[in-house]
Design a binder for this molecule. Structure first.
Ligand SMILES: Cc1ncc(C[n+]2csc(CCOP(=O)(O)OP(=O)(O)O)c2C)c(N)n1
Length: 397
């Protein structure tokens, strides 16, 4: 791995700070500074083959992983300071606070299953430590002894607020997979704001929202119970041994019985933590698994909305195609009969998803469409969502 010194790191950030203050960078940027020595020490333990998950403040991590200054500067000048991705260097970042720990856990799970020697290093700030999504991932990594280390870069600030003003006197402690170092930042959160005018116009990408409701027709060859078609579609998928069903109730409840004949090693029963589930699926997919992420009711997807909207759906665009999560999201809309489980167990968010997601959305209405949807989804190998209506399950269609 290319080595960069403390001075090299500081000089790089100084150059960017100067350009920013002169109004040459019309984008939000976050500069590091103050944490060079601790980071250099940590990176002595990091190997080329290891993954790095970084944050909005990723410049130092990227340079220390061996990323080139020119490439990084190019990212920054083009509005990607917070969005540095490099597949070759196994480098992933996120501008969404606490979005990466669950993905890191997923990659670590894949590495362990494969018997790989590589490790995952996931950097977060003390602000992200406040977030429940971090807890889910830490508990999982700790419980399954996964090759993943979380590093809290504690500058006692979330934007401008210190820990005490956020969580009082909490002395909460983490297990051994979490390490922490403290540093005093040398730059304010988003620069000094001293610049007089912005000299360049930012490039704002076009909003690419599209309606992508794939409609299969009409040659409804195989009439059978909708539920039997779903079960058959799952078995067809599982013939591909890279396919893995991820979620809770995939093993015991077997997704309303539709997975009951799938081998256990292709069913990953997860904690009851939807964002973590989605992160695990993302991480697994980065290591060539083909996850089917199961949500037994639409209502519960809301707990994973960050993972789906900001990561699975957008990351291919944000990372210029460096990363893609070819995940099939299997999402069931709860039925109101014969038992009504209440409003928060029977909501149908299909229209919302169609409006805001880029990924393909399938809404099969017959058995044939179920079979076609899943077959097509696996062949295409892109992220997609297949919405099953539970009220159709017992109908012959
Ligand atoms: C989910 C989410 N909420 C809020 C923000 C806005 N935001 C960006 S950085 C930041 C502070 C994060 O603090 P910390 O994790 O300690 O990182 P630091 O900037 O101190 O390195 C906030 C609130 C965000 N990007 N994502």
């Amino acid at each position: 791995m290319q080595k960069i010194s403390k001075e090299g790191l500081i000089d790089f950030e100084k150059k960017i700070a100067d350009l920013f203050e002169k109004g040459e960078i019309p984008y939000l940027i976050h500069l590091s500074g103050g944490n060079e020595e601790k980071l250099i020490d940590i990176f002595k333990n990091i190997n080329e083959d290891d993954y790095i998950f970084s944050t909005h403040r990723n410049h130092y991590h990227y340079l220390l992983k061996g990323g080139s200054k020119e490439k990084l500067e190019n990212f920054i000048m083009n509005g990607k300071s917070m969005f540095v991705f490099d597949k070759k260097l196994k480098f992933y970042s996120s501008s969404i606070v606490a979005a990466t720990p669950s993905i890191a856990a997923g990659v670590a799970l894949a590495l362990k299953r494969k018997g790989s020697k590589s490790k995952v290093w996931c950097f977060i700030g003390d602000g992200a430590e406040d977030n429940g999504h971090f807890y889910e991932a830490v508990k999982y990594v700790d419980g399954w002894d996964l090759p993943c280390v979380f590093i809290i870069e504690d500058n006692d600030r979330s934007v401008d607020s210190p820990k005490k003003e956020r969580y009082g006197n909490s002395q909460f402690t983490w297990p051994n997979c979490v390490i922490r170092y403290e540093y005093i930042p040398t730059y304010p959160h988003s620069g000094t704001g001293k610049f007089v005018e912005i000299k360049k116009q930012p490039m704002i990408p076009e909003n690419k929202y599209k309606t992508n409701n794939t409609d299969f027709n009409k040659n409804n060859k195989s009439k059978m119970k909708f539920k039997d078609a779903v079960k058959l579609a799952m078995e067809n998928l599982a013939e591909d041994k890279q396919v893995i069903f991820v979620g809770y109730n995939v093993l015991h409840g077997s997704a309303y019985g539709t997975l009951k004949d799938i081998p256990n090693n292709q069913r990953l029963e997860t904690p009851l933590a939807e964002n973590l589930m989605a992160g695990l699926a993302m991480g697994l997919s980065l290591e060539s698994y083909k996850p089917v992420l199961f949500f037994e009711r639409h209502d519960f997807i809301l707990n994973a909305i960050d993972a789906i909207f900001n990561q699975i759906d957008k990351i291919s665009d944000i990372s210029n195609g460096e990363f893609n999560f070819p995940i099939i999201i299997k999402a069931v809309v709860g039925s109101k009969k014969p038992l009504f489980a209440g409003i928060t167990h029977t909501q149908d968010f299909s229209e919302l998803f169609k409006k805001f997601l880029f990924l393909d959305i399938y809404e099969p209405k017959s058995s044939q469409e179920v079979l076609d949807s899943y077959k097509n989804a696996l062949l295409k190998g892109n992220p997609c969502m297949i919405i099953e209506k539970r009220e159709l399950y017992d109908q012959e269609l």
